[in-house]
Design a protein around this ligand. Structure first.
Ligand code: SF4
Ligand code: FES
Length: 240
């Protein structure tokens, strides 16, 4: 099949505005959009910039907007986004993060949010038998969904709250917070409260569900955020 890849391009070092560039390529319906990008990069236009690493939906580095929806290019097949021969597939960089070049965004703001929720285990009690912190299978299953996050930032791009409040910590960081707060071994809700229990923390979330809709790992992002809201309210009631 013939596909036109319409790619939003921008080089902030030499341009003042982004522009779209179209590339017509031959592809199989079962080829991935990432294959198309790599073909262009290797054989048509070496100046095209995008990120990718694993090629198999694990590293999260090739999240981008394909036909208006956040996706991983390595998990998106042409047959699903290019209906029929000569279809146009529009590819744009993620939102809410400045473009470094073409489809690459500067993730500094996102990682600042990620670090702010302290995504690591808090527990200064001695481990059982001085060796390890035992966790049952059922206790581990409680936060199984959140451990699937690959930090692709698709949810950060799709969240409409970030359009109006760029200081919102964002859904991905809250998924990480939920992962640890749900962990039976963790005792770190209190130190995390200053970030989570804040107008820019969980309370910014208006339950739009766009994060859940785009997450390539099918994590129930909004559910995780609502869990945190309930947990924080309960914690504050206990302290009152
Ligand atoms: S929650 Fe889903 S969309 Fe958000 S960063 Fe993690 S994997 Fe990506
Ligand atoms: S290249 Fe790693 S997730 Fe797509």
């Amino acid at each position: 099949m013939k596909v036109t890849m319409k790619i939003r391009r921008f080089n902030p070092e030499t341009e003042t505005e982004s522009r779209y560039q179209e590339y017509s390529i031959e592809a199989e319906p079962t080829d991935r959009v990432l294959d198309g990008l790599m073909h262009i990069k290797s054989y048509v236009d070496g100046s095209l910039a995008f990120r990718r690493s694993c090629g198999h939906g694990v590293c999260g580095s090739d999240a981008m907007i394909i036909n208006g929806k956040e996706c991983l290019a390595c998990k998106t097949l042409f047959r699903d986004v290019a209906p029929g021969d000569e279809a146009v597939v529009t590819i744009e960089p993620l939102r809410h993060q400045p473009v470094q070049r073409d489809l690459m965004v500067d993730q500094s703001r996102f990682f600042q949010s990620y670090r702010s929720v302290m995504p690591f285990l808090f527990n200064d009690r001695p481990a059982e038998g001085g060796k390890e912190r035992i966790q049952s299978q059922a206790e581990r299953e409680v936060f199984d969904d959140e451990t699937n996050c690959i930090l692709c930032t698709a949810c950060f791009s799709a969240c409409p709250v970030l359009d109006v409040n760029p200081n919102y910590v964002g859904p991905a960081a809250l998924v990480q917070a939920s992962r640890f707060v749900n962990d039976s071994r963790d005792a770190g809700l209190d130190p995390r409260l200053s970030v989570l229990n804040d107008p820019n923390g969980v309370w910014s979330c208006d339950n739009h569900f766009d994060c859940t809709r785009v997450c390539p790992r099918e994590i129930k992002v909004t559910k995780a955020i609502n869990f945190l809201k309930r947990k924080i309210s309960k914690q504050l009631e206990t302290k009152a």
